[in-house]
Design a binder for this molecule. Structure first.
Ligand code: G
Ligand code: G
Ligand code: MN
Ligand code: NA
Length: 254
């Protein structure tokens, strides 16, 4: 309970920020996008890890104002990227089930991008597989509306949850993010890479973009490129970093 009050105070006192973890084109080594990740820094400079406050915020409803803050910060970042000439770079945000389920979510999202003068095509919405597939009919309608409004939609942690492949085909999804579990299996014993291989094939057949998560070794990156997954995110390339560091990285690759 005191933790909840502390988080709600943190939201009022501007203690919530974002870092961006870059996503790379494996072949060219260029950044294509950044995933926005919420950060909570207390007044004394210490940080509360997301593993502690995200689930708490989901349990007590604070994920709504927290998610909102992240959306504003992501759009502010997109506006800065645009001014710096990086109109081609996307920012991805994690959207929780509670945010998605709120009436008026789409209208609110549209009003935020409008306010920052951001093209919705640059703001990717990451939704975990279990959320996207749960209640697929009503979520399908909602996701289709978001797609029609121009937002790209990524399925996060793909392969770990319940997913009906038939529904996936009908979902208005633009990107599959292959869960890191399958990426880490790549350079282990023979046979373990079969899931990653199947997910990549599936994504390609369904005309979806593919991003491998949790890429940590050059061997994994080479394997992904050879097997048709062009994009990667992970510690091999970069950890989550400040918006300033992300902008500097883009400036130096231009
Ligand atoms: O990089 P990291 O330790 O920050 O992230 C931990 C977890 O917290 C990840 O699973 C990530 O999806 C989740 N997370 C980070 N920021 C947000 C956010 O703004 N909203 C939601 N719903 N989840 C987030
Ligand atoms: O998919 P999700 O939103 O959970 O992804 C964000 C989380 O993944 C963050 O906690 C981030 O720090 C973590 N992460 C990013 N790259 C790597 C990596 O290469 N290895 C591992 N183990 N975790 C990673
Ligand atoms: Mn994510
Ligand atoms: Na993920």
């Amino acid at each position: 309970f005191t933790r909840s009050r502390e988080l709600s105070r943190a939201l009022r006192c501007d203690q919530i920020s974002i870092e961006l973890q870059p996503q790379f084109n494996i072949a060219t080594g260029k950044v294509i996008a950044g995933e926005a990740l919420a950060r909570w820094t207390r007044e004394d400079g210490t940080r509360v890890p997301p593993s502690e406050f995200i689930s708490m915020a989901e349990a007590n409803g604070l994920i709504i104002p927290l998610g909102n803050r992240v959306l504003h910060l992501a759009c502010q970042t997109l506006a800065r990227l645009g001014m710096a000439g990086h109109e081609d770079i996307k920012v991805a945000v994690n959207v929780s089930a509670l945010q998605l389920a709120r009436r008026g979510f789409m209208q609110e999202l549209i009003s935020i991008v409008d306010r920052y003068g951001v093209n919705p095509a640059r703001l990717e919405l990451e939704i975990t597989e279990s959320v996207a597939m749960h209640d697929h009919e009503s979520n399908g309608v909602l996701l289709r509306g978001l797609r029609e409004a121009g937002f790209p939609i990524a399925i996060d942690d793909f392969g770990t949850g319940y997913s009906s492949l038939a529904y996936l085909r009908d979902m208005p999804v633009t990107t599959l993010k292959v869960d890191r579990h399958f990426i880490h299996a790549i350079d282990q014993t023979a046979g373990d890479h079969v899931i990653a291989e199947m997910i990549i094939k599936l994504g390609r057949r369904l005309n979806m973009q593919l991003v491998a998560e949790g890429v940590e070794t050059a061997e994994q990156a080479a394997w992904l490129l050879a097997h048709g997954c062009p994009h990667a995110q992970g510690f091999l390339y970069a950890r989550p970093e400040s918006v300033e560091a992300f902008l500097a990285r883009l400036a130096s690759q231009a």
